[in-house]
Design a protein around this ligand. Structure first.
Ligand code: HEM
Length: 422
């Protein structure tokens, strides 16, 4: 593994700490064990460390590594500095979110929200990566991989504008919950659905179909048109005007349809290139299972793609179901978010890391895959779609203990990558 091993290990460390924080939240709900912390702040600390310390820096390194392979230029020192700063910034914001959430505290004469300020500083570092990427990519032929990354970074910048807008509300004298929740969801949703999902799809294309397709595809229009409208789905229904509700539902359907096309293309691409250029995998489900448990790196994409597909089905159903609104279905939203962020994004990052740094960097990955599937399964009994007859007092304690499983698997991966031979 190359000298950028510490960046991967630093991000894995954040995944473990953020995962432990999520498990702590579950123990708080299941057993009332909170150590005096506010569970709302614990949730913020968990989600922000996952976003800022795990997925974002890992994407930066993997994209930069793939880009340097493409251009033949050495892996840039600037990227190491940016990613290192992202990790430090994420870890600095973590205790502030844990202690204060988004709350303001008195600082001399003024009142400032310390966690939000720390998260804002992180965003300045991301712009550093965007500038590095734009320069490194200049003069390259537009491939589908680069197109996905261009769009992903455009959504990263757009999402950050939502966050800046939020900080401007007070100075502009706007004290309207509709504006603050709209801008919060503009940030959160464009960040997860735009930046994370599109950037990981770019990684998937880089591994599975580096030059197998022309760059553009009509389905990308659906995604780009739909995405900027979906933030309204996360807002309380009472704050969203009827016409925006219809637009957001339509937007969500467009995004789901566009992404389904890419799940389809990439699923087919996993089986290509076995035993000769362009040859497809044969032998049905048995062969798929065998290739997954063999040392085939391409097969590692199967589970993330299935979980993305599951997320899209939930998105399509909710988009079409009259009278159903996201923000009123908290537990279903949590399942949906984790199908996307833990299932597709996190496992996709592990699959891409295996390709970029080799198998030594992700030892024990099948345990991580298995425990992620367990966590996702443990979220289902918490949702309203779970039959009443199957409910019981076991639901919350079981979800709490299962939440620890991927943390242990990721800790094992971190320890195993300490092996200098890797
Ligand atoms: C390691 C496994 C994980 C565990 C055990 C876990 C656990 C949790 C828990 C307990 C909650 C709060 C649920 C509630 O409010 O009822 C939560 C929310 C959330 N998690 Fe995770 N999670 C994990 C992985 C991830 C990953 C990888 C990401 C992102 C990359 C993520 C992003 C989020 C987000 C965005 C929320 C919602 C925050 C909000 O509504 O304010 N989680 N998670």
């Amino acid at each position: 593994m190359a000298e950028d091993r510490w960046l991967w290990r630093g991000a894995l460390g954040c995944l473990i700490l953020a995962g432990l924080t999520g498990a702590f939240f579950r123990f708080g709900l299941g057993y009332g064990f909170t150590l005096g912390l506010d569970l709302g702040n614990v949730r913020h600390a968990h989600s922000h460390l996952m976003y800022l310390g795990w997925a974002t820096p890992t994407l930066f390194v993997l994209m930069a590594r793939q880009l340097s392979a493409l251009t033949g230029r050495p892996f840039s020192r600037a990227v190491k500095v940016v990613v290192g700063a992202t990790l430090v910034g994420a870890l600095a914001a973590y205790p502030l979110f844990l202690a204060f959430g988004y709350r303001s505290v008195a600082l001399g004469e003024a009142r400032v929200p310390p966690a939000a300020v720390a998260a804002g500083l992180n965003m300045l570092v991301w712009y550093g990566f965007v500038v590095w990427y734009a320069r490194a990519r200049r003069g390259q032929r537009l491939t589908r991989v680069l197109l996905f990354w261009d769009l992903a970074l455009a959504f990263l910048v757009l999402a950050s504008l939502g966050a800046w807008g939020l900080t401007m509300l007070k100075p502009l004298g706007i004290d309207d919950p509709a504006w603050s929740t709209a801008l919060t969801h503009l940030f959160l949703d464009l960040f997860s659905e735009g930046w994370f999902v599109l950037a990981v799809l770019g990684l998937a294309y880089a591994v599975l179909k580096p030059d197998g397709h022309k760059a553009g595809h009509w389905s990308l229009w659906l995604i780009c048109i739909g995405l900027p409208t979906t933030f309204a789905l996360g807002m309380p229904a009472s704050l969203v005007p009827p016409v925006l509700k219809v637009i957001a539902r339509l937007g969500s359907l467009l995004v789901a349809a566009g992404l389904l096309v890419h799940v389809w293309i990439l699923w087919g691409a996993v089986g290509e290139g076995k035993g000769g250029e362009g040859e497809r995998e044969r032998g049905g489900f048995g062969q798929v299972l065998r290739s997954f448990f063999s040392h085939d790196q391409r097969a590692l994409w199967r589970i993330p793609l299935v979980l993305l597909w599951a997320k899209l089905i939930v998105q399509l159903v909710l988009g079409l179901w009259p009278g159903v609104w996201w923000s009123e279905l908290h537990t279903l939203r949590i399942l949906y978010l984790h199908l996307m962020l833990l299932g597709f994004v996190t496992l996709g990052l592990v699959a891409a890391a295996t390709y970029v740094w080799g198998r030594a960097a992700t030892r024990g990955r099948l345990w991580l895959y298995g425990t992620v599937l367990l966590v996702i399964a443990s979220l289902m009994p918490l949702t309203p779609v779970w039959p009443m007859a199957w409910r019981g007092p076991w639901i919350l304690p079981v979800a709490a203990w299962i939440a620890l499983a991927p943390v242990v698997a990721a800790a094992w991966m971190l320890i195993a990558t300490a092996d200098k031979r890797g």
